[in-house]
Design a protein around this ligand. Structure first.
Ligand SMILES: *[C@@H]1O[C@H](CO)[C@@H](O)[C@H](O)[C@H]1NC(C)=O
Ligand SMILES: *[C@@H]1O[C@H](CO)[C@@H](O)[C@H](O)[C@H]1NC(C)=O
Ligand SMILES: *[C@@H]1O[C@H](CO)[C@@H](O)[C@H](O)[C@H]1NC(C)=O
Ligand SMILES: *[C@@H]1O[C@H](CO)[C@@H](O)[C@H](O)[C@H]1NC(C)=O
Ligand SMILES: *[C@@H]1O[C@H](CO)[C@@H](O)[C@H](O)[C@H]1NC(C)=O
Ligand SMILES: *[C@@H]1O[C@H](CO)[C@@H](O)[C@H](O)[C@H]1NC(C)=O
Ligand SMILES: *[C@@H]1O[C@H](CO)[C@@H](O)[C@H](O)[C@H]1NC(C)=O
Ligand SMILES: *[C@@H]1O[C@H](CO)[C@@H](O)[C@H](O)[C@H]1NC(C)=O
Ligand SMILES: *[C@@H]1O[C@H](CO)[C@@H](O)[C@H](O)[C@H]1NC(C)=O
Ligand SMILES: *[C@@H]1O[C@H](CO)[C@@H](O)[C@H](O)[C@H]1NC(C)=O
Ligand SMILES: *[C@@H]1O[C@H](CO)[C@@H](O)[C@H](O)[C@H]1NC(C)=O
Ligand SMILES: *[C@@H]1O[C@H](CO)[C@@H](O)[C@H](O)[C@H]1NC(C)=O
Length: 655
């Protein structure tokens, strides 16, 4: 267990001279951010909070076997390459970086720090990519008005995912660097690739200079296999053209001493399925530019929702798609096309990463991307990637207009009284971080049992050849409880020449919800990030870790896995929850205004005014101004954080 440190943050509204009272009105019935009893058919608010649900799929007929026997061997054949606990990171669309990370290097989002700290506490680090379609047309400028780090040119939308050209300042990189002072975040950035005759290298120069060791990868080209389809290149644009442009980029980068590191951190080719990765490997690129390439990458989503979002492509039927996410066959079909590449990557000595993924591109699906089933789907998918020798995966954060966000800040004009919304795939990343742990030595093995079905995938995590943890998943959704499944686990038993190492007891943490269709309030070992607008990034509630005695005569540990749910089984006494870093939280001791205006108590407001269609946000009493004194006496870092979205003041106290 690490030391327990608390960062207490005192926020003072008035320091920035924000003196107006916050008043938010909605016409009756028009509150787009209501989280309870919403009328689904008339919902017109942001996609990120869409109330649509789809009933859980019917149970399969015949039912799969609900009792599976596992004989876990030490030093089993087929273990994956060694994995980082930071395996499942986050890809943040560049255009929303200023909503998610903070406003600028002096105003950070406290919930973002807290969320990343929950991962780093388990894994030792977190990987975050700033990029996506919006990076390709981005340009660095020296400054922007009002201390902004990023601005969109909304008039210049040019492709089907409607990503506006961006301008950003070097302070975006300072903001990232300042975040890494609090939580061990390792960053990926991307070089804009829209004009290969004149690469805009500034982001890589700034990143090398400012992020230093916290920069781990520089993407060269985002989904180049779609450049022709999106009219960013001629229709004949091929993988050979792409590799030619990569060569030009490397030539350009080699001219600058302040790219000496970045030019050897390139991440390529990030193809999305129009070209196979083999199409690119077969150009010989991995040999030609071996020393420049640090990561081999792909980007892929199981399907898309582009028709509903943009009127292009194929209409999708969510009722029909929904059950396909609740089967191991989904993860298998996502991973299988890359098995040859993960094997090829090992021969080249490079990590292979799923650089951008989620439940569906073009925003995901309401009722699929934002419910508990997606947490189980993401858990299974991430672990299967790990077992299949990927070296990482990144869940994409798209902003207010998508359904699949792992986490998202409230809309800007709600930020004074709303908190963050934590989505299901964040729980997937959290459980994977805890399952893999911080050793960098963990290896993953997908394990089958006789009569195993697609509804009950299972994984064993090894360290130094010893099985240390298991993840057991049950995709069935059955409120009667009669579809719970039991894993009967024996360790080292039954193999000739191997002694029986079944422990006398195991500890188990459960990921649960009432059904696969539940939206928000998922439980990880009894704790939760709550529902829409309810999270400050810290797990809330009392943790429950089950201790399950094993049958000493039969040498079997029987672990029940609820339908639906997942179990993380600790086969040794060692828990991984705080092995990566001290448990660190950044608390927002709410906001005060000296003088005559509102004291905004987020916890009160989140359950009152904001949900009522007609009432204005009220002001409340003075009197919680204690933070101001605290900060004057205890500023230890001059970074300003805003929790609950508040642009607020100063001072961070370690206590
Ligand atoms: C590339 O993007 C920049 C910034 O948005 C723009 O000014 C430039 O015209 C674009 N170049 C091409 C070739 O599209
Ligand atoms: C961040 O934004 C605030 C508010 O606009 C501004 O006062 C501050 O100077 C900015 N910080 C930086 C480093 O630009
Ligand atoms: C944050 O970034 C600014 C650069 O804008 C730097 O001056 C400041 O020291 C950084 N703060 C922390 C806490 O690192
Ligand atoms: C990198 O070097 C180039 C050329 O020497 C210079 O123009 C640029 O400002 C430098 N960038 C940074 C971030 O140091
Ligand atoms: C695997 O990938 C390599 C490199 O692209 C390629 O040469 C080989 O043909 C592929 N093998 C299969 C079975 O696809
Ligand atoms: C979607 O599929 C379901 C089940 O097959 C069907 O009942 C429904 O009509 C379909 N919806 C649309 C819009 O096609
Ligand atoms: C992963 O790589 C290891 C080591 O090369 C190999 O033994 C194992 O079969 C691979 N697993 C998969 C699923 O390809
Ligand atoms: C908040 O912003 C959204 C999106 O710009 C807008 O539709 C909505 O009317 C705004 N609400 C208020 C209360 O200003
Ligand atoms: C694991 O790897 C990361 C990244 O390379 C490194 O920072 C960290 O120190 C390593 N942890 C251990 C326990 O070796
Ligand atoms: C597998 O299923 C068959 C048919 O239902 C059954 O006879 C057998 O006992 C099962 N095996 C195990 C290990 O449960
Ligand atoms: C199934 O699991 C749930 C959740 O752990 C539990 O509440 C329920 O009692 C279990 N049902 C049966 C029949 O074991
Ligand atoms: C909303 O507020 C209005 C005016 O204060 C009140 O009459 C109404 O009952 C409230 N509605 C709900 C759902 O709380």
């Amino acid at each position: 267990m690490g030391n327990f440190a608390i960062f207490r943050l005192f926020l003072c509204h008035s320091l920035l001279g924000l003196s107006t009272a916050v008043t938010v009105y909605y016409a009756p019935g028009q509150n787009p951010f209501s989280t309870t009893s919403a009328d689904v058919s008339s919902y017109t608010g942001a996609a990120a909070y869409n109330p649509t649900t789809i009933d859980p799929p019917a149970l399969p007929d015949p039912m799969p076997s609900l009792s599976l026997n596992f004989n876990i061997q030490t030093n089993a054949p087929g273990l994956s390459i060694t994995q980082s606990g930071a395996f499942m990171g986050f890809s943040i669309e560049m255009s929303v970086a200023n909503q998610v990370l903070g406003k600028n290097s002096s105003i950070l989002q406290v919930p973002f720090l807290n969320l990343l700290a929950t991962i780093s506490q388990r894994a030792g680090a977190v990987r975050v990519r700033i990029g996506g379609n919006s990076q390709d047309t981005a340009s660095q400028v020296a400054t922007l008005d009002d201390g902004k780090v990023l601005e969109k040119d909304l008039s210049g939308v040019t492709n089907p995912t409607e990503t506006p050209p961006l301008v950003f300042t070097p302070d975006l990189l300072y903001m990232m660097r300042n975040i890494s002072d609090f939580v061990n975040v390792r960053w990926f950035v991307g070089i804009p690739f829209n004009d290969s005759s004149d690469f805009r290298l500034e982001i890589a120069q700034s990143a090398q200079e400012i992020l230093g060791d916290y920069l781990i990868g520089v993407q060269a080209g985002n989904e180049p296999d779609l450049y022709a389809a999106h009219s960013h290149r001629s229709s004949s644009y091929s993988q050979y053209d792409y590799v030619g442009e990569l060569g030009s980029l490397i030539d350009d980068m080699s001219q600058y001493s302040n790219l000496s590191v970045a030019q050897n951190l390139l991440l390529i080719p990030s193809v999305s399925g129009t070209w196979t990765p083999e199409n690119v490997w077969d150009t010989g690129v991995m040999d030609t530019y071996s020393s420049n390439i640090a990561w081999m990458s792909v980007e892929h989503y199981p399907t898309d929702n582009c028709y509903a979002q943009y009127g292009t492509g194929t209409p999708r039927n969510t009722t029909e798609l929904w059950p396909t996410y609740l089967m191991h066959s989904s993860a298998q079909s996502l991973v299988q096309p890359y098995l040859n590449s993960t094997s090829y990557a090992q021969t080249k000595g490079k990590p292979f990463i799923m650089f951008e993924t989620n439940t569906a591109s073009c925003g995901g699906f309401p009722g699929i991307s934002d419910v508990f089933g997606a947490a189980l789907w993401g858990l299974d998918y991430g672990l299967l990637m790990a077992a299949s020798n990927f070296s990482g995966g990144m869940f994409h954060v798209g902003g207010q207009s998508v359904y699949y966000n792992p986490f998202i800040s409230p809309p800007t004009n709600q930020s004074s009284y709303r908190q963050w919304t934590v989505g299901p795939v964040f729980y997937s990343s959290l459980v994977i971080a805890e399952a893999l742990g911080p050793s960098n030595q963990s290896q993953v093995l997908e394990i089958g049992a006789e009569n195993q079905s697609t509804y009950t995938p299972n994984y064993v995590i090894y360290e130094n050849g010893q099985p240390v943890r298991m993840v057991l998943i049950n995709f069935l959704s059955d409120s009667s409880g009669s579809s719970n499944y039991t894993a009967n686990i024996a360790i080292g038993g039954g193999q000739t020449g191997e002694s029986n190492n079944t422990p006398s007891q195991v500890k188990v943490k459960y990921l649960t919800a009432s059904s696969v269709s539940q939206k928000g309030d998922y439980s990880w070992a009894g704790q939760t990030f709550g529902g829409n607008f309810e999270s400050d990034g810290r797990l809330q509630g009392t943790e429950t870790i089950e201790t399950i005695p094993c049958d000493q005569s039969a040498q079997v540990c029987s672990v029940s896995v609820p339908a639906p749910g997942a179990a993380l089984v600790f086969l040794t006494d060692e828990l991984t929850e705080t092995e990566g870093a001290p448990s660190t939280t950044f608390a927002t001791t709410t906001v005060t205004k000296t003088g005559n205006t509102a004291t905004i108590d987020a916890s009160v407001l989140a359950t009152s005014n904001g949900r009522n269609g007609s009432s204005p946000l009220g002001s409340s009493s003075k009197g919680s101004a204690n933070g101001v004194l605290g900060l004057r006496e205890s500023i230890s870092k001059l970074v300003v954080l805003f929790g609950v979205g508040l642009i607020s003041a100063i001072g961070l106290l370690r206590s």
